[in-house]
Every structure is written in structure tokens, then in C-alpha cells.
Design a protein around this ligand. Structure first.
Ligand SMILES: C[S@@+](CC[C@H](N)C(=O)[O-])C[C@H]1O[C@@H](n2cnc3c(N)ncnc32)[C@H](O)[C@@H]1O
Ligand code: SF4
Length: 305
């Protein structure tokens, strides 16, 4: 992108007819999960960068500057923003006030549609009731928690730091804070996971009462710790047929509990529960992604493919 943010004329052609969304990227995590190759940094990696990477302290302000730049580039574009998705990384490593200020910048510069969908991703161990209430009061109406599995041995292979049961408690805390829409992300096909483990994870997710579930087949990404462990023979690679069977199990169990499959990896209890931000991508709408490295389609978890 050029320094002044200028867009090619082709990107602006017919823009007024398409909805506009924002993906705000927060590239920080407390620790790196062994399977994850997203554009995110731990405190150790930040220290090792010698200051090249933006610090967490002033990240929100830097991102807000970019929202203002987007306003300049789009000029008098009259479209109110239909969806805002704060993704990561772990957005909830920033103070709730930082996320609220980032959202306020989008509202101040562009305006929000009356029925705008405003989501943040959250790691289960990084939030508490007060934090969730602050987000709700600040205008967020959807939250997506990374649950991944209900089984401790599966969470361990994935290097997750939360305990089983914490994501379900998060759903209750989000509901109590007034969130209308809550998603749980699950991963299937982790080395060592059985069909029964997967069914238990689906049952636990459903039992928590979200209105949306994302279920992703584990991708063993080159360069990750998990890929190295598999290459060394420490954990087995999951067979493609097992992945296919688990996908069918997901649809059977979620479908049986009233969740409709509406997109490759996504199920929702109603049309209102679907992730509109993700649907904007599929429909070729416009989006702006301020932040260090928004990962477009794949960045939209809790609604992504
Ligand atoms: C952008 S991540 C952020 C979510 C949040 N940091 C967390 O981990 O709870 C969104 C989701 O992508 C999924 N994901 C990440 N890496 C994956 C991989 N290699 N294979 C399958 N799913 C993956 C996980 O379900 C994760 O919750
Ligand atoms: S899965 Fe989530 S918490 Fe884990 S490293 Fe990736 S973005 Fe961070």
C-alpha cells in the first residue's frame, strides 16, 4: 500500500453500491500455540525485534491513525460501516478501553449502520466479566472465543493455556454482559483426538449456549512447532479421511442441536446469528484492514472459512 493509502481507481469503481466493513488487526499473543502461523507476536518476539515491531502500549493509537487515513482516502464516501471485526492474534490482550477507542474511531470517521455487527475475538483466559461488560458498553455486540477442544489432552497438543470448561464459562459471562451473539471456535483432527473426544467437544460447545460455532480442520502449517513435532515422529499426522469423518460428525451433532450449516466451517442457530462480516467477504463487499497484517479471509475466525 502506498504511504498515502491511495487506492487504484478499479478498487473504487462502483464502491457506493457495496457494503463496507472494517477488519481491525491486533497482532499480539501471550504465547504462541504450536499449530498457529498467524501474523502475531509474543512479548519475547517483540523484545527480539529491537523495537521494529509496534509495542502494545501505543498500538491502538497507531491503528486509529490508519482509520483516519482510510477516511482521507475514501473522501466523502457516504457509506456507514456495516461490520467491524477485531481479530488477531489476541485482541483481548489490549485493554478493553483500547478496543473501544478503536471502534469509536471507526464510528467517528465513518458512522456505523444502525444494525452494525461489531465482533471481537477473545481468548478464554484473557477476559473476565468486567472486561466483557466494558466491551459491551463500548458498542461490541458479538464475541468469538477460541475454545478448540473440551479435552485436556487435545488442548495440551495444541499448546492452549486455558483449562477445559473456561470457554463455556466465557459464554455465560458474555451473555450476562449482554452480548446478543457469541461464537465458539473449535478445531478437529488434532493428533491424538478420537471421534469421542470430538463429540465431547461439540457437546460441550453446544451446551454452553452460543448461537454460532466455527469448526476448523486442523491445518498443519509449515514452519510451526506442531509441524516439527510431527516430522520428528513425536505426534502422529491426522489422516485426511479422519478429518472428513469429523466434519460429517460436526454437521450431524450441530445440525441435531439446531445449528444450521451456512458456510464451509460455520454453523448458526438463526440467520441473525450468522457472521455477517464473513458473509461480506464472500459477497465481494469492500473492507479496510487497519493494523499490522490483517489476514483477510482466514483472519476472520468465528466466522471464517
Ligand atoms: C485468529 S485465531 C484467533 C483466536 C484466538 N487468538 C484464540 O486462539 O483463541 C482464530 C481461530 O483460528 C483457528 N486456527 C488457527 N490456526 C489454525 C490451524 N492451523 N488450523 C485450524 N484452525 C486454526 C482457531 O480455531 C482459532 O480460534
Ligand atoms: S491460535 Fe490464537 S492464541 Fe494461539 S497463537 Fe494463534 S492467534 Fe495466538
Amino acid at each position: 500500500m502506498p504511504e498515502d493509502g491511495a487506492l487504484p481507481a478499479s478498487a473504487l469503481l462502483g464502491a457506493g453500491e457495496r457494503p463496507l466493513g472494517f477488519y481491525l488487526h491486533v497482532p499480539y499473543c501471550a504465547t504462541r500455540c504450536g499449530y498457529c502461523d498467524f501474523n502475531t507476536y509474543t512479548a519475547t518476539e517483540l523484545r527480539g525485534s529491537g523495537g521494529v515491531l509496534a509495542s502494545r502500549d501505543n498500538y491502538a493509537d497507531t491503528l486509529i491513525d490508519e482509520v483516519r487515513l482510510a477516511r482521507k482516502v475514501l473522501g466523502d464516501d457516504p457509506r456507514p460501516v456495516r461490520t467491524v471485526f477485531v481479530g488477531g492474534g489476541t485482541p483481548t490482550l489490549l485493554a478493553a478501553d483500547d478496543l473501544v477507542r478503536m471502534l469509536a474511531a471507526v464510528r467517528d470517521e465513518f458512522g456505523l449502520a444502525d444494525d452494525a455487527e461489531i465482533t471481537t475475538e477473545a481468548n478464554p483466559e484473557s477476559v473476565d466479566p468486567a472486561y466483557l461488560s466494558a466491551l459491551r458498553e463500548g458498542g461490541f455486540n458479538r464475541v468469538s472465543f477460541g475454545m478448540q477442544s473440551a479435552r485436556q489432552h487435545v488442548l495440551k497438543v495444541l499448546d492452549r493455556t486455558h483449562t477445559p470448561g473456561r470457554p463455556e464459562a466465557c459464554v455465560a459471562e458474555a451473555r450476562a454482559a449482554g452480548f446478543e451473539h457469541v461464537n465458539l471456535d473449535l478445531i478437529y483432527g488434532t493428533p491424538g483426538e478420537t471421534d469421542d473426544d470430538w463429540r465431547a467437544s461439540l457437546d460441550a460447545a453446544i451446551g454452553a449456549g452460543p448461537d454460532h460455532v466455527s469448526a476448523y480442520a486442523l491445518i498443519v502449517e509449515e514452519g510451526t512447532q506442531l509441524a516439527r513435532r510431527i516430522r520428528r515422529g513425536e505426534v502422529p499426522m491426522t489422516d485426511d479421511d479422519v478429518h472428513a469423518d469429523r466434519y460429517l460428525i460436526a454437521d450431524e451433532v450441530l445440525g441435531g442441536a439446531g445449528f444450521d450449516w451456512y458456510e464451509v466451517s460455520n454453523w448458526a442457530t438463526s440467520e441473525a446469528g450468522r457472521c455477517l462480516h464473513n458473509e461480506l467477504y464472500w459477497r465481494g463487499a469492500d473492507w479496510w484492514g487497519p493494523g499490522r497484517g490483517p489476514t483477510a479471509m482466514w483472519g476472520v475466525c468465528g466466522g471464517g472459512t
